[in-house]
Design a protein around this ligand. Structure first.
Ligand code: P6P
Length: 335
């Protein structure tokens, strides 16, 4: 009985960040503080999501974002929470948000970092209690401190990310992030208001039997994607698609699988956004041993030209992404 008394509660996110900072002798703590600012906003958004049915925060906000998508009330709330946390934290000079047409200048002209964020992805699922998420990328500014961030600061390739991650508001709330030295997952304990390390050194299986794609748009898929979907059916893979990228990605990261959002008739460049969805998850996937491409090129090597540009996404277990690309190459060869 005695051995059960006083068991350690585990490693908090704060302590983990501080320990990792010690691994970077020249680290001055700004990135650590920035990660804490994101975690704080995630705790606040988590609280509002968990009470969504009790507060008047479900349903449509009544406006569309720059993407022409109907904003949900929680989209707007999450956007406010993350922008406020990043502005007040002082480490970020500029923010690219799915919910904002233009770059948000925080006024922190000494801030060394840029954040690209989807404050609440999959928000159409809020009203039906399906997992949703926040996705973020962190870049170091290129321009000198002392002024607002520039467009060059904002439009950097994914290979220049210094950190990236997501929060999944699901059966439990988790924050999963990388600074380029592996992927670690933290589970939120609302009774203590802390994230605790629960998934150290996350590695994705090299292959799997789960494929995630919206087959409702099958008829307009590129031929190679149609061939790969048929290959999955012939091999009796499991089709798992919940309409929430973070939920599908997180499941596939742990169990092995592939998520595909290809070019379609309705979305000729795919639906997902390069700066604040694809790059962040590509960094996580690669750091966990996975792969992320647009069907031909590594996502993180794509050179962005617009804040809200879209790209096709093939992401997950490396052998599954390779197999999908084999079918796409055959399509190109015969076309
Ligand atoms: P569709 C949510 O809007 C989202 O950006 C992702 O979270 C999700 O995977 C995808 O779009 C769903 O799109 O066209 O299949 O409904």
């Amino acid at each position: 009985m005695n051995e059960k008394l006083g068991l350690p509660v585990g490693t908090t996110l704060d302590r983990f960040i501080m320990r990792k900072q010690e691994d970077f002798p020249f680290a001055t703590g700004e990135l650590s503080q920035l990660l804490r600012d994101i975690a704080l906003a995630a705790k606040i958004v988590n609280r509002e999501i968990n009470r969504a049915g009790l507060l008047d925060v479900t349903g449509a906000y009544g406006q569309q974002n720059v993407q022409g998508e109907d904003q949900q009330k929680l989209d707007v709330i999450a956007n406010i929470r993350f922008i406020r946390a990043l502005r007040n934290g002082g480490e970020v000079c500029s923010i690219i948000s799915e919910e904002e047409d233009d770059v948000i200048q925080t006024g922190n002209t000494r801030g060394k970092y840029i954040v690209a964020i989807d404050p609440l992805d999959g928000s159409s699922n809020i009203d039906v209690n399906v997992s949703i998420g926040t996705i973020f990328s962190i870049y170091r500014r290129i321009s000198d401190q002392g002024c607002d961030g520039t467009m060059e600061d904002c439009l950097q390739s994914g290979t220049r990310q210094v950190a990236a991650g997501y929060v999944i508001y699901g059966s439990s709330t988790m924050l999963v992030y990388t600074t380029g030295a592996g992927v670690n997952g933290f589970t939120y304990d609302p009774t203590l208001g802390e994230f605790f390390l629960s998934h150290p050194n996350m590695c994705t299986p090299k292959t799997g039997k789960i494929y995630s794609i919206n087959e409702g748009t099958y008829n307009s898929f590129p031929e190679g994607v149609k061939q790969y979907v048929q290959y999955c059916k012939e091999n009796e893979y499991s089709a798992r698609y919940i309409g929430s990228l973070v939920g599908d990605f997180h499941r596939n990261l742990i169990k092995g699988g592939i998520y595909i959002y290809p070019a379609t008739a309705k979305a000729p460049n795919g639906k997902l956004r390069l700066m604040y969805e694809c790059n962040a998850l590509a960094f996580i996937a690669e750091q966990a041993g996975g792969k992320a491409t647009n069907g031909a090129q590594r996502i993180m090597e794509l050179v962005p030209t617009e804040l809200h540009e879209r790209c096709p996404l093939f992401i997950g277990s490396p052998e599954m992404v390779d197999k999908a690309e084999e079918f796409l190459k055959v399509e190109v060869a015969v076309s």
